[in-house]
Design a protein around this ligand. Sequence first.
Ligand code: AHR
Length: 511
Amino acid sequence: MKTLLISLLAAATLPLTAQRDASIRIYPQQGTQIIDKNIYGQFSEDLGACIYGGLWVGPNSDIPNTKGYRNDVLKALKDLQVPVLRWPGGCFADEYHWMDGIGPYENRPKLVNNNWGGTVEDNSFGTHEFLNLCEMIGCDPYISANVGSGTVEEMAKWIEYMTADGESQMAVLRRKNGREKPWKVKFIGVGNESWGCGGNMRPEFYADMYRRYSTYCREYNGNRLFKVASGASDYDTNWTDVLMKNVGTRMNGLSLHYYTVGDWNHKGSATSFNNEDYYWTLGKCLEIESTIQKHITIMNKYDPKKQVALLVDEWGTWWDEEPGTIQGHLFQQNTMRDAFVAAITLNVFNKYTDRIKMANIAQVVNVLQSMILTDGPKMLLTPTYHVFEMYKVHQDATYLPLDLICDKTTVRDNREVPMLSASASRDKNGLIHITIANVDLDNAQNVSIDLQGTKIASVKGRILTSGNITDHNTFEKPDFVKPTAFNGSKIEKGQLKINMPAKSIVVLEVK
Ligand code: AHR
């Protein structure tokens, strides 16, 4: 990787509102890897108001909906070009019994959501409702199957129900429930957090469980499955080692969960924090890179041909729940700080796309670092949504390596935060897109971008910024933070020069 970070000045030595200088050298000729679009994936757990009230209100709701799905949320997700959506959990998945969520609504048994606040749900959002939603927004479903408290038979029948055609018992049942053709389901998670809420297993035991359960993940009618083993939490490289050793290429993917959170008992407010907290958050968030590298080093040892993908299928910020909301529902606000976490994390994922083939931010609506928040009929797009929308140009584009020279600062816990983060790609039409985050709260940055002789005919861009790092959208002011046209770029002697205001995220399109 060609990233070179040079500390020129400590942040503290600069006067407020000074200019920093930085440079980026992009190597368009060296692009060989396609950025897997699934890195821009989403996660929708049956948790709080993610499903019920967020994605789904039911066909009889007063809230405008199409067959029970909120129209405003549907449109926002289509605009976002969501490539893949994970469901039903998370921890919820290992207690979910899919047969309770099929057939006429009135016959479905109620369920008590033991993981998340004990909320009673009516099971009206089940397999049909999820897979039809994926078809409507044009994304791949990623089903997380129950290993912790479910049987092999239950999991095997679920796959049969979703994907088999012909006279198989489960295909007949699906047809009876109104769906003639099987759905296209590629991604199957065999358990979730099996070291914790998914059964508290030891890695050796889970490796054997995986081998057993995955044996019965049958492929019907040419449907190809991509089987994902439950992976490590954060820094637990032993889990990765044991899985790689004992499961190897029997899995197509191994997951990793990494949350940007400090003390689990005092996570801190989503909206009320100081500058030091902000920089600390970025430091913790950026540690995902060295964490990924450690897991990848182990994977390379067992699998040098990179046949097993790494899937960061849960990531994002985790703050205290908003005061006044239901405990256990993990509803949190989303500020410009969260936008920076998204921007710099996605820049990291792009860089490791030779191994990272999917990532799913937690979660899509109303839970943790959401794209969308709802309150009854009201809905807003968060700053994180806007980052995903600006970054969608990287989906399935060719990753372009780059060198970055910028200032950096050291934050609490001795973590280093570079003042700039960037990523570049070339799309199928030859357009180069560059996403850059100036994380500096006080200083603008003059950034020279050298494209190694590539002819630049024109450049345009969009910017996401706001007066305060704590700024966010509310139901009263849903458009307070949103992207606007970026006018700070020019072409000078064949190079791009841009001036990025303090705390801003930019996407450039270079022709
Ligand atoms: O995303 C919330 C929870 O975090 C998920 O259910 C679980 O997998 C993780 O611990």
